[in-house]
Design a protein around this ligand. Structure first.
Ligand code: ZN
Ligand code: ZN
Ligand code: ZN
Length: 393
C-alpha cells in the first residue's frame, strides 16, 4: 500500500555534514571524543541501525581526525555497508571475540588526542542510550570525565531536514489510515488486546518498520494515558482512546483519536458530559497547534492548550505535558512543557496531545504530529479530529 520507492532517502552528503557538526560539537566542548553506541545517534550519524547487544558496536567521533566505527568481527559486513562506511566517511575497526572492545575504543580515544595527553585528562561524551554495561567498562579503561552525548547530538537532531519531515509525514499518513480502518471496523465484544494486535498488524501493512505501541483504552481504561491494552472486552456505550505509532524508515508516527462505540443503539451515544469535555479538548488542541511558529517558546504551545482546558474547569484533569519531539526516537527534544523556554525553529517536529482524564471513569486525548513551518504549523496527520461515534458492530 505504501509506495516504498517514493520514500525520501538521506543523501550521503548529509552524513558527512552530521559527522562534521558532531565533531565541531566535541571540539567546542573540550571533549576528546563522542562515543556513540547502538541507537538513534548512531543511526543519525552513520545510518547504521544495528541491534544493541552485549558485544560493543561504537562510533568514535574524536575532536580531530577521522571517525571510526568499532564493531565485532562477526558484524563487519553490515557495518561496512552502512551509508557512512560505504562512502568512506568513517573507518572500520573490528575486534575479535577474545579482545576487549572497550580497550580498543580507549586506544582510539587516546590516539586521537594530542601526544602525551594522560588518559585522565581525556573527557568523553557517551550517547544517552548506551547500556550501563558498556559505560561502566569504558570508565574502567578511560579515567577521564564522562558526560551525556545528547549535549552534542540533540542540538543537531532537534531540527529536521525537509526529507526527515517527509518521512514523518509518510509515517503519520500511514497511521492515519490505520486509525480510520480501526474506527470503521468491529470493536464491540472484542478485547482491547485483540484490537491492539490488529493495530500492530495494520501499522506494518501500511509500511511501518514495526509497531512500537498500540494503546487501546476502553471505558474507564481511557482515563489511564499509558494504558496497556488488556483483556477487557469493549462494550457498547463507551469511549476508546486509540493512540498508535511506530517507525517508518526510522521516523516515528504517533497519533491519538477518540472513538465512542454505541453497538448500534442510539440510546448508547456519548454522554453530554463527555461531549462537553471533548469540545473543550478539541479547541485546546487546535489552539496549541495554532500557536506553533518560529520564535514561539515550546512552553507557550503548552500554555495555549492548558489555558483553554483550565478556563473550562478541567485544569486538574490535564495531567501531562502537551507534547514531545519526535524523529528517530518517539520521544525526544523539544518537549512541549511549562518551563521549556526554547524557541521553536523551522524544522522542529513534535506532538501536540492535550488530554482530559477522570480516573476510574473516562478520559480523552487528541494527538497530532506537527512540524514548525516557516510561517506556522504544518500538521502531519490528516485524519478527522472529531469524536468518532461508531456502531462498532
Ligand atoms: Zn501517542
Ligand atoms: Zn505522543
Ligand atoms: Zn481538529
Amino acid at each position: 500500500m505504501t509506495d516504498l520507492a517514493a520514500r525520501p532517502t538521506t543523501p550521503i552528503t548529509r552524513y558527512a555534514d552530521r559527522l562534521a557538526a558532531a565533531q565541531r560539537g566535541v571540539a567546542a566542548r573540550g571533549l576528546a571524543a563522542l562515543l556513540v553506541g547502538v541507537g538513534p545517534d548512531l543511526r543519525y550519524l552513520a545510518g547504521y541501525p544495528a541491534m544493541a547487544l552485549e558485544r560493543l558496536t561504537m562510533l568514535v567521533v574524536p575532536a580531530r581526525g577521522r571517525a571510526t566505527l568499532v564493531v565485532p568481527r562477526l558484524e563487519a559486513a553490515p557495518a561496512r555497508s552502512c551509508p557512512a562506511a560505504a562512502a568512506g566517511l568513517v573507518d572500520i575497526v573490528t575486534w575479535e571475540e577474545s579482545e576487549s572492545a572497550h580497550a580498543v575504543v580507549a586506544r582510539l580515544v587516546v590516539a586521537s588526542a594530542a601526544r602525551g595527553t594522560p588518559a585522565e585528562r581525556l573527557s568523553v561524551a557517551v550517547s544517552d542510550t548506551l547500556w550501563a554495561l558498556h559505560v561502566l567498562r569504558l570508565q574502567e579503561v578511560l579515567p577521564g570525565a564522562f558526560e551525556s552525548g545528547s549535549t552534542v547530538t540533540n542540538p543537531l537532531r532537534i531540527v529536521k531536514h525537509a526529507d526527515e519531515v517527509e518521512l514523518l509525514r509518510l509515517a503519520a499518513h500511514a497511521a492515519d489510515r490505520v486509525v480510520d480502518s480501526i474506527a470503521t471496523g468491529r470493536l464491540v465484544g472484542r478485547t482491547e488486546a485483540d484490537v491492539a494486535r490488529e493495530v500492530r498488524d495494520r501499522l506494518v501493512a501500511e509500511g511501518h518498520d514495526s509497531a512500537d505501541f498500540a494503546i487501546v483504552g476502553s471505558g474507564p481504561n481511557s482515563a489511564s494515558p499509558h494504558h496497556a491494552a488488556s483483556d477487557r472486552v469493549i462494550g457498547a456505550g463507551e469511549p476508546i482512546v486509540l493512540d498508535i505509532g511506530g517507525p517508518l524508515g526510522g521516523y516515528g508516527s504517533d497519533t491519538t483519536r477518540m472513538l465512542w462505540v454505541t453497538g448500534g443503539d442510539p440510546a448508547l451515544g456519548p454522554t453530554p458530559e463527555f461531549v462537553a469535555a471533548f469540545e473543550v479538548l478539541h479547541r485546546a488542541q487546535a489552539a496549541a497547534i495554532a500557536a506553533v511558529r518560529p520564535g514561539v517558546r515550546a512552553e507557550t504551545v503548552d500554555a495555549a492548550a492548558r489555558d483553554v482546558i483550565e478556563a473550562a474547569g478541567y485544569g486538574p484533569n490535564f495531567i501531562h505535558r502537551t507534547g514531545h519531539g519526535i524523529g528517530l526516537e518517539e520521544h525526544e527534544d523539544p518537549y512541549i512543557i511549562a518551563g521549556n523556554a526554547e524557541p521553536l525553529r523551522t524544522g522542529m517536529t513534535f506532538s501536540v496531545e492535550p488530554g482530559i482524564y477522570f480516573e476510574g471513569r473516562w478520559g480523552m486525548r487528541l494527538e497530532d504530529i506537527v512540524a514548525c513551518g516557516r510561517d506556522g504549523p504544518d500538521v502531519l496527520n490528516l485524519s478527522d479530529h472529531a469524536l468518532r461515534v461508531v456502531a462498532g458492530t
